[in-house]
Design a binder for this molecule. Structure first.
Ligand code: SF4
Length: 212
């Protein structure tokens, strides 16, 4: 429940010195894509402790949710594309691909207007078949909108459908992250300025080490 989450958050701040928190919903089938429960959770947490929060969800049916999320105490928002080439999205994640990239772009624009440049991000998994050019080309559009493209190397996990899919090579990652680091820096949306979430944490990608 939101109240239990708030207790956990309070203890994490007091006992472990936690500095920010991620709330994620997976892929709920509801039209709001989990926005309501994210709002309730953030509201309860902020009432208990002053902790920057990132919410993560798919684009909800109505962009009004972004104002509600902000008002509930959510500081940053992640809406994750994961894969950027439409045909690959259909193949690897048919459920998620039912929300087209054009809807993500619309939602990103509306979300940046509420949360601010650099406080909206998207997680892109490199190594699943997108070319470096495809990732960099959509990243250009994202940075122009004020969205931080958090590009992460795919890591195969045993017991999952993609367990046999290889991880990308270090050379491939560098060919993406080096130009991307320069791009986000020039766009003024560096990892260090993000209030909460994956881009700030950075544990899953070395992108921030390429920022200048
Ligand atoms: S970057 Fe990775 S470890 Fe850090 S919050 Fe995001 S998913 Fe978790």
């Amino acid at each position: 429940t939101p109240e239990q989450l708030a207790e956990v958050a309070r203890a994490a701040v007091l006992l472990d010195g936690v500095k920010h928190m991620v709330l994620t919903t997976g892929t709920p089938p509801t039209k709001d894509r989990g926005a309501q429960i994210l709002c309730e959770s953030a509201f309860a947490i902020k009432a208990a402790v002053d902790l920057p929060i990132q919410a993560q969800c798919e684009p909800p049916d109505d962009d009004k949710w972004f104002e509600r999320m902000r008002a509930s105490g959510i500081d940053t928002l992640g809406m994750h594309l994961e894969v950027v080439t439409p045909a690959l999205r259909e193949q690897i994640m048919p459920g998620k691909a039912s929300v087209p990239i054009s809807r993500y772009m619309e939602a990103f624009r509306a979300a940046v207007a509420v949360f601010g440049r650099g406080q909206v991000s998207t997680y892109i998994l490199a190594g699943l078949g997108d070319t470096a050019e495809a990732i960099l080309s959509i990243s250009r559009e994202l940075v122009d909108l004020g969205v931080y493209p958090f590009v992460v190397p795919f890591v195969p996990i045993s017991g999952t459908p993609l367990e046999d899919h290889p991880a990308p090579s270090p050379e491939f990652m560098k060919s993406v992250l080096q130009p991307l680091g320069a791009m986000v820096s020039a766009g003024g949306i560096r990892s260090a300025d993000i209030k909460a979430g994956c881009g700030k944490c950075g544990a899953c990608s070395s992108l921030s080490s390429y920022e200048v």
